[in-house]
Design a protein around this ligand. Structure first.
Ligand code: WTA
Length: 659
């Protein structure tokens, strides 16, 4: 990265800052002194957190052993059980009647599970797995919709010391098969189906297809009945969940495992090649999941109603639905369906209905709601919300401000949380009672976390400098490897800067020393020797009143190395205005000029294509690789990980028409 980077300076002109109210700050779980406390003795700090947030069967005496770097061992001589920590100890402490899960099905059916209910269900499920021959150390694939059984199944695995491998319900049979094979799973937990977009969608047939693709070691498939659709049945292999749990005892003794015992494998949807099975273990992962959940969301377990809108098929669902919140004794909402079923106000209706106080969601969802118009959330009482979280991609200042004003009533602090499947838990985020938040910046490493930004040569840059985000000290919830592929683990994360974890993200410090994430480094473009971030240009486009969403890619260009190509979705009301202005050409010209005036002529997109949809993965990430194929007039690559693979056709033909 060059030192002088005019293109990025635009991001750094953000001067708005929102300090927490005095009242919020005074009552906050995390105060300013947490930073100094962590800094005084980082390892001792983590040992304290591990004791504070978790109950250990055998207390640990060792904190960190990094002699086997890059694989760390945290709290390695301690023993504990994740499900006991998430469930039983709350019941033992007299909180069995506290609601753990407020479930809202997409069709409107509801269920309430207390911690005592969870203890019974998880124990029965653990006994059922045991009866089916699943053992400590085995792997179990979980392929379920967003229903309480997803959490129960994960905890039942953890209770017997089997690692779960949750596969997002939107993935295909092929993806499920490759994950079953890679992890060598011996059982699958699924459902007949789930509700999405107003109708039942199926899951069991994909499991049947997956298991028919080749030899696996799966002995049993446990099937939850959710939609009551007809399902094909393989006698001897398939077992109804309700039958297995119906016969099972409500008593089960959790298996105390070593702190470094595998808790789960989670495959990341790699953009190339075979998916990576990210391995997380027990003690360190749970410590950081609980610690971050407590401090970043300022959880008050007696009074808060927490809602994380992620799916348990993603790491956000693992750390901030299943493990963090339950370890902290939270009451949380779990919603099965899509935000626009049966109407575009469904989320806000849920916030009003349950009095949600903490909401954790993704920028893509926020921008979608912006596109639908603020009058929709405006119809609901959102005044209960007191903390808002964002995760998954950089949140552009425009969306951040909208989130704050329209959803947060101009008062709820926004915590923009940077982390990855690999980091296991939040790494960079404001603390809501301490940090004066800035629109678009994740700002500061959490107490106990060490982050640095390095240039090409591996030299740390200072305020105003940009480069590669690295994590230069081990952290408790760090991945312990890529399942079955130690070399790939080393090559992917530890070779760019030997011995230091390279996250794959570009980042920049502003003059205050706050961190701005600039997207994956493969999304950073080089235009005439100037580095430009796709994120920054997208942010500029979205700041135009006509634009709802934008995706920018760097397409190779003979003259400038790379050129900026943008794909934009116009806002509903803007489309009309745009039509008034005249032909599409004028819209494009106006937007190009807007980018030029926001950032500089260098950032002007070579071409802008107005589209109706953008290609997104099922987790909502824009697949820029496909847009780059279009921009470079190539055959569009593999579209199988798209939520809707048909969106590429109109984009490709639109591009041909434009060029
Ligand atoms: C990106 C999701 C900017 C980043 C928890 C990272 C973010 C990747 C943020 C990990 C954020 C996540 N600001 N970028 N607040 N959060 N990212 O593994 O590029 O699905 O490397 O984990 O998402 O995505 P993953």
């Amino acid at each position: 990265m060059t030192d002088h980077n005019p293109a990025l300076e635009n991001l750094l002109t953000e001067t708005r800052a929102f300090a927490p109210s005095e009242e919020f700050a005074a009552a906050a779980n995390a105060k300013e002194d947490l930073y100094a406390h962590a800094e005084s003795d980082r390892l001792e700090f983590w040992a304290e957190q591990a004791r504070q947030y978790l109950t250990w069967d055998t207390p640990f005496t060792e904190v960190l052993d990094f002699s086997g770097a890059p694989t760390a061992r945290w709290f390695a001589d301690g023993r504990l059980n994740a499900a006991y920590n998430a469930v039983d100890r709350h019941v033992e402490a007299g909180n069995g009647d506290r609601v753990a899960i407020l479930f809202e099905g997409e069709p409107g059916d509801t269920r309430t599970l207390t911690y005592a209910d969870l203890q019974r269900e998880v124990s029965k499920a653990a006994n059922a797995l045991d009866a089916l021959g699943v053992k400590t150390g085995d792997r179990v694939a979980i392929y379920l919709p967003m229903i309480p059984e997803a959490v129960i199944a994960m905890l039942a695995c953890a209770r017997i010391g089997a690692a779960h491998s949750v596969v997002f319900g939107g993935f295909s049979a092929e993806a499920l098969y490759s994950r079953i094979i890679d992890a060598d799973a011996t059982a699958v937990i699924t459902a007949d189906g789930g509700y999405r977009r107003g109708k039942p969608s199926t899951l069991k047939p994909a499991v049947d297809d997956a298991l028919a693709k080749g030899e696996t070691n799966v002995k049993h498939v446990l099937v939850v009945r959710r939609t009551e659709q007809d399902v094909a049945w393989t006698e001897g292999r398939d077992v109804w969940w309700h039958d297995a749990l119906g016969e099972a005892s409500e008593e089960h003794t959790p298996v105390a495992v070593e702190a470094e015992h595998p808790l789960f494998i989670l495959y990341t949807s790699g953009t190339t090649g075979k998916p990576k099975g990210i391995l997380h273990t027990t003690g360190g992962y749970l410590t950081q999941a609980a610690y971050t959940h407590w401090n970043v969301f300022d959880l008050k377990p007696e009074t808060d109603i927490y809602w994380c809108s992620a799916d348990v098929g993603w790491v956000t669902g693992h750390s901030y639905i299943t493990y963090g919140p339950l370890i902290n004794g939270a009451t949380q909402v779990m919603y099965e369906g899509t935000p626009d079923t049966p109407h575009q106000g469904r989320w806000w209706e849920i916030v009003e209905k349950y009095g949600v106080t903490i909401l954790y969601t993704a920028p893509t969802a926020i921008r979608t709601c912006m596109k639908w118009g603020e009058e929709i959330p405006g119809k609901f009482d959102l005044s209960s919300l007191r903390v808002l979280g964002s995760v998954g991609e950089p949140i552009n200042p425009e969306a951040w401000m909208w989130y704050r004003r329209v959803i947060g009533g101009d008062k709820a602090p926004i915590v923009d949380t940077w982390w990855q499947t690999e980091t296991g838990a939040i790494m960079i985020s404001p603390l809501p009672g301490v940090t004066a938040t800035k629109p678009g910046s994740a700002q500061v490493p959490l107490p106990g976390i060490s982050v640095s930004i390095w240039d090409d040569a591996g030299e740390a840059v200072g305020p105003g400098g940009g480069g590669y985000l690295v994590l230069d000290e081990p952290w408790p919830s760090m991945l312990r490897g890529i399942w079955g592929d130690e070399q790939r683990f080393k090559d992917t994360y530890w070779s760019r800067f030997p011995g230091t974890y390279f996250a794959g993200d570009g980042a920049k410090y502003d003059e205050d020393g706050d961190v701005w994430l600039l997207g994956r480094v493969d999304d950073v473009m080089n235009i005439s020797g100037h580095r430009l971030s796709t994120t920054e240009i997208e942010s500029a486009l979205v700041s135009h009143e006509w634009v709802a969403e934008a995706a920018v890619v760097g397409a190779s260009d003979d003259t400038t190395g790379q050129a900026v190509v943008a794909f934009v979705i116009l806002r509903g009301e803007a489309q009309e205005k745009a039509d008034e202005v005249g032909e599409g050409e004028d819209v494009v010209a106006a937007l190009r000029n807007h980018v030029a005036s926001e950032i500089g002529p260098i950032a002007k997109p070579r071409s802008i294509l107005v589209v109706a949809e953008l290609p997104k993965t099922r987790s909502g990430k824009i697949m820029r690789r496909l847009l780059r194929d279009v921009a470079e007039n190539r055959q569009v690559g593999d579209v199988t990980t798209l939520a809707d693979s048909s969106v590429m056709d109109p984009i490709s033909s639109g591009m041909k028409g434009a060029s």
